[in-house]
Design a protein around this ligand. Sequence first.
Ligand SMILES: [Zn+2]
Length: 176
Amino acid sequence: MTQASAPVRWQETPPPQDLSYIRAVWPKVNQPINGIILCQRPTGCWGHPIEGENFRFVGCIGKDEGCDHCAYHRPLRWAGYVSILDPKTGRIQLACLTKEAAKNCPPLCDKRRQLRGMCLHLARAGASKFGRVHAEVSTGPAGYPLPKPPDVAHRLLLLWGLYAKWYDIADIGGAK
Ligand SMILES: [Zn+2]
């Protein structure tokens, strides 16, 4: 078989992940998160923890802008998001940080640190699903091919269903 004569679009590497399906992941009991960091710095914001079968967090747009969770008097907390590549699956994910996890991990708090290419390890301590989240940043593998970092704030607005409130709905699902 000669590739040059076949009417097929050959491509050595797979296409990049469709970021429409990017997930925000919290470490669960006995399910730590390990990945190579794609962004330079975490994206942090204030929002509401939502307790359900799986813990979620939704950014707060403020009571005056119609935040449903403020209306229910849900507590306001800080969370940080770090885009990572899971080297086992090759998938891009948004790893979630609690305030304590970020505070106790100096590289995550130091605004001058460039995190891209380093490894992030997140684990939940103890046996409770509300156990403390512990974060560690360590040296990453040299020469590992990394995809472009996703626009984390844009992805979060889409995940939270807040994007359409402010932006043209036709943009949703864009490759940003
Ligand atoms: Zn709110």
